[in-house]
Design a protein around this ligand. Structure first.
Ligand code: FAD
Ligand code: NAD
Length: 477
C-alpha cells in the first residue's frame, strides 16, 4: 500500500528544504522529493541556490575580490605585493568544496529532523498523490495530506544564442561558474543581477567584459539614482555596458563566438571568447503535475498562488521561484516557513513589502521597500534623506568610501518606505532598514537610535537624520 505522509514537498531548494524542515519541527510526517544530481554524479539537496546559484557565485565573488584587492587596492594602504598569482583550479576547488559542505549539511539536517528524502522526479497526481520516478526509472506513488510544490526556476533561453554548458562557448550562469581558464573576452547578454555578478567575477580575474543589455535604463528594479551611480562605478571598473542593444544572431567560430547586435547607432559585430546568456529565469513547471490534477498556472507559467501560497487545489501549496514575487532564496525560504506553520494550524505570514534585495558587486547594491520612482508613480508623498560614504570615517579607513545611503520616508507619517544603499557591505547594512520596516519604524526612530562609531551603519543614521535636514556630518540642503 502507498505510504501516506502529512506533507510531501516537491523540490529541495531553499524554499522546499526549509519548508520540509519546518514541517518536521512542527511534528508533521514529512518527505521531500528531490532529483538534483551534482557535478560529482551524486544526488544533492539545496537546489539552484546551493549548487549553482547564491553560494558558488558568492564564493567566486569573494575570491575574485580578494585577488583584485591584492593587486589594485592595497597600494593605497602602503602595502605593496609582488608576484600575485591566480590558481584558478584551487579557486574552483574551494568553491566546489563549500557547495559540497553545505549541500551535505542539508542532508544531515533532514536526517536529524526526520525528513525523508525521496530521490527522484516528483509529479503531482489527482487527490494529492505524488509519483516519484527514481533515476533508474523505478516509480513509487505516495499519498499526502498536503503537498508543497517548490520546483524552482531555470534560465530563459533566447533563440539568438543557444546555451551549451558542456561545450562551454555559449553558457548560462551554471557554465559561467565553471570556466577552467579565464576567458580573454567575455560577452554577456543581459546586464541584470547574474550578468553583473558573473561579469564582475571574470572582469576581476582578467577578462574584458562586454555586456549587451536590451533595455535603455540600467537596473530597472533598483532606485534609479542608485542605478545611475552604479553604472558610473561599473564603467569606471572597465565593464563595457551597452544599454539599448538587441542581439540579432550569434555564430561559433574558431576564435569564440561572433555576436551581431543592433543599437540606435546601427548594426555591430563583436567576437568574444565566451558568451554568457543571463536574460532572466522562468518557473520550472515542466512535467510537475498530471493534467488531470488540474493545477492552475498563470499566463507566464508560474503556479497560481495567493498571498499565503495556496494554489487552486485544496491542500496543495506552491512556494519560491515557481510562484509570483522576486526570485530570491530568502523569499522562498520564508514562504516555506509560512506554509509549514499554516499547515500545522498556526498563523504563518510573510511581509512581502520588506524583502531585501542585494547585488553582490563592488560596491554592493542593496535595498528594501519602495524606490523613489515607485513612490512617484503611486502618488505617495515622501521625503528623502541621504548620506555619502565619502563622509563616513569607517568607509574611509577601509578605502571603500564610495556610494551612499538613501532613505525614503512618508512625508506625513514619517514611516520608513524604502532604503537604498550602494557602498561597502550594503548587503549587511540593509538589514537594519529591513528590521526597522518590519517594526513600522519612522525615520525619526532610526535617527534617535545610537549607532556605534566609527561604523558603516553611521551612514544609515546620518541618512535618517538628513530626512529632517539635521545630518551632522554633511551640509544639509
Ligand atoms: P530552486 O533553488 O531552483 O530549487 C528547486 C529544486 O527543485 C531543485 O533542486 C530541482 O532539482 C528540484 N526539482 C524541480 N523539479 C522537480 C521535480 N519535478 N521533482 C523533484 N525535484 C524537482 N538568490 C538570492 O537570494 N541571493 C543570491 O545571492 C542569489 N544568487 C544567485 C546566483 C545565481 C547564479 C542564480 C542562478 C540564482 C541566484 N539566486 C540568488 C536566486 C536563488 O538561487 C533562487 O531564488 C532560489 O534558489 C529559489 O529557490 P527554490 O527553492 O524556489 O528553487
Ligand atoms: P534579471 O532579470 O536580473 O536580468 C536580466 C536582464 O536581461 C534584464 O536587465 C533584462 O532587461 C535583460 N534582457 C532580457 N532579455 C534580453 C535580451 N534578449 N537581450 C539583452 N538583454 C536582455 O535576471 P538574471 O540576471 O538572469 O537573474 C535571474 C534571477 O536570479 C533574478 O530574478 C534574480 O532575482 C536572481 N538572482 C539573484 C541574485 C541575488 O540576489 N544577488 C543573484 C543572481 C540571480
Amino acid at each position: 500500500m502507498a505510504k501516506t505522509y502529512d506533507v510531501v514537498v516537491i523540490g529541495g531548494g531553499p524554499a522546499g528544504y526549509v519548508a520540509a524542515i519546518r514541517c518536521a519541527q512542527l511534528g508533521l510526517e514529512t518527505a521531500c522529493v528531490e532529483k538534483w544530481i551534482n557535478s560529482k554524479g551524486a544526488p544533492a539537496l539545496g537546489g539552484t541556490c546551493l549548487n549553482v546559484g547564491c553560494i558558488p557565485s558568492k564564493t567566486l565573488l569573494e575570491s575574485s575580490e580578494q585577488y583584485h584587492r591584492l593587486q589594485h587596492e592595497l597600494g593605497a594602504h602602503g602595502i605593496h605585493i609582488e608576484g600575485v598569482r591566480l590558481d584558478l583550479d584551487q579557486m574552483m576547488a574551494r568553491k566546489e568544496d563549500i557547495v559540497l559542505q553545505l549541500t551535505n549539511g542539508i542532508s544531515a539536517l533532514f536526517k536529524a529532523n526526520g525528513v525523508e528524502w525521496l530521490k527522484g522526479h516528483g509529479k503531482l497526481l489527482v487527490d494529492r498523490q505524488v509519483e516519484v520516478t527514481a533515476q533508474d526509472g523505478s516509480v513509487e506513488v505516495v499519498n499526502a495530506d498536503n503537498v508543497i510544490i517548490a520546483t524552482g526556476s531555470k534560465p530563459i533561453d533566447i533563440g539568438a544564442a543557444r546555451v551549451d554548458n558542456a561545450e562551454g562557448l555559449i553558457v548560462d550562469s551554471t557554465g559561467a561558474l565553471d570556466f577552467r581558464t579565464v576567458p580573454a573576452t567575455l560577452g554577456v547578454i543581459g546586464a541584470g543581477v547574474i550578468g553583473l555578478e558573473m561579469g564582475s567575477v571574470w572582469s576581476r580575474l582578467g577578462s574584458k567584459v562586454i555586456m549587451l543589455e536590451a533595455v535603455e535604463d540600467f537596473l530597472v528594479l533598483a532606485d534609479q539614482q542608485i542605478a545611475r551611480d552604479a553604472l558610473r562605478q561599473f564603467k569606471k571598473q572597465g565593464l563595457d555596458i551597452r544599454l539599448g542593444t538587441r542581439v540579432m544572431a550569434t555564430e561559433k567560430t574558431a576564435a569564440g563566438v561572433k555576436v551581431q547586435f543592433r543599437d540606435k547607432t546601427g548594426d555591430h559585430e563583436i567576437t568574444v571568447e565566451k558568451l554568457l546568456v543571463s536574460v532572466g529565469r522562468r518557473p520550472n513547471t515542466d512535467n510537475i503535475a498530471a493534467p488531470e490534477a488540474g493545477l492552475l498556472l498563470d499566463e507566464r507559467g508560474f503556479i497560481h498562488a495567493n498571498d499565503i501560497c495556496e494554489t487552486n487545489l485544496p491542500g496543495v501549496y506552491a512556494i519560491g521561484d515557481v510562484v509570483r514575487g522576486p526570485m530570491l532564496a530568502h523569499k522562498g525560504s520564508e514562504e516555506g516557513i509560512m506554509v509549514a506553520e499554516n499547515i500545522a494550524g498556526q498563523h504563518g505570514h510573510l511581509n512581502y513589502d520588506a524583502i531585501p534585495w542585494v547585488i553582490y558587486t563592488a560596491p554592493e547594491i542593496a535595498w528594501v521597500g519602495k524606490t523613489e520612482q515607485a513612490l512617484k508613480t503611486e502618488g505617495i508623498p515622501y521625503k528623502i534623506g541621504s548620506f555619502p560614504f565619502s563622509a563616513n570615517g569607517r568607509a574611509k579607513a577601509m578605502e571603500a568610501a564610495v556610494g551612499m545611503v538613501k532613505i525614503l520616508a512618508h512625508a506625513e507619517t514619517d514611516e520608513l518606505l524604502g532604503c537604498h544603499i550602494i557602498g561597502p557591505f550594503a548587503s549587511e547594512l540593509v538589514q537594519e532598514a529591513v528590521l526597522a520596516m518590519e517594526f513600522h519604524a519612522s525615520s525619526e526612530d532610526l535617527a534617535r537610535t545610537i549607532h556605534g562609531h566609527p561604523t558603516l551603519y553611521e551612514a544609515i543614521h546620518e541618512a535618517a537624520l538628513s530626512v529632517h535636514g539635521r545630518a551632522i556630518h554633511k551640509i544639509n540642503t
